[in-house]
Write a protein of this length. Structure first.
Length: 277
């Protein structure tokens, strides 16, 4: 009888041990499953975007160097930054631009030089956008610098708030206006695909940023962040920044003509804003 009891007790212990092993096995598997799922969702939420910087420039190789230095110092994942540099065929500083682009310390930045003379600022940006590969399209000037560390990560965080719909992102450009505006708004690929352009080609030079901001406001498809900051060495406020390129964009009454064009194109902005909704 005692022998039978000991056998039963032994079997019972084995069953309990077996159950413990089973429970532990199930626990570890479930733990791994949920951790993996959370990591996947986290990765999905903070998607890494390829960013295309659109940069038309002319006879400003020194400003280009200042800009590239700031990108190289502040961007975390340089490999996913695409810089499309558009230069005129008769630019006197072509050699200087090429020399800067080939420096070893900028190897991780994907700098693409395109030499092609295009008449207006909007057409230049649209040409570059059509040749870009990025999920995010970022039209910039050669007279800015990036101030924020890891600004590319912050772009990921902002655009991860939306899901495959046209949107723009307004950043801190250091300018204060008494109305909603951003000097250098970003757009996603969906925005560009929906409209087919970055800047309206009605204009000679100005209003690319204003057009994007107006469509953003009308469609309510925009985000605002102060966590990404750029600074513009504007010739309008800094005398030492005045150069031939700036003066050329002031000639032939271009600012006034573009203003009149802006006032006469409201119906087109209303139509295109509806496309974004």
């Amino acid at each position: 009888m005692k022998h039978s009891r000991s056998i039963i007790q032994s079997i019972t212990k084995d069953i309990i041990k077996g159950n413990r092993r089973l429970y532990w096995f199930l626990f570890t598997k479930l733990k791994y499953f949920f951790l993996s799922k959370n990591n996947f969702l986290k990765r999905k939420k903070n998607k890494s975007h390829k960013i295309s910087l659109l940069l038309p420039s002319r006879e400003r190789s020194k400003k280009f160097l200042r800009l590239i230095e700031s990108i190289n110092e502040t961007c975390l994942n340089k490999y996913r930054i695409e810089i499309l540099l558009l230069l005129d065929e008769d630019d006197k500083e072509l050699y200087e631009y090429k020399k800067i682009s080939l420096e070893k310390k900028y190897n991780l930045l994907n700098i693409k030089i395109i030499i092609k003379s295009i008449s207006t600022h909007a057409k230049r940006n649209n040409f570059l956008a059509n040749n870009s590969m990025g999920d995010i399209i970022f039209p910039i000037n050669d007279d800015i610098v990036f101030k924020t560390k890891n600004w590319d990560i912050q772009i990921d965080k902002e655009f991860s708030k939306i899901n495959n719909i046209p949107y723009s992102l307004w950043i801190n450009c250091g300018q204060k206006y008494n109305y909603l505006h951003c000097d250098f708004p970003l757009i996603n690929r969906e925005w560009f695909m929906k409209l087919g352009y970055v800047g309206s080609e009605f204009f000679k030079f100005w209003y690319l940023d204003t057009w994007i901001c107006d469509l953003s406001f009308r469609s309510k498809k925009f985000l605002i962040t102060n966590k990404i900051e750029v600074f513009q060495y504007s010739a309008h406020t800094i005398k030492d920044e005045v150069d031939n390129t700036h003066l050329k964009n002031q000639q032939n009454d271009i600012p006034r003509k573009d203003l009149i064009t802006w006032q006469n194109t409201k119906k087109y902005r209303i139509t295109d804003a509806k496309k974004l909704k």
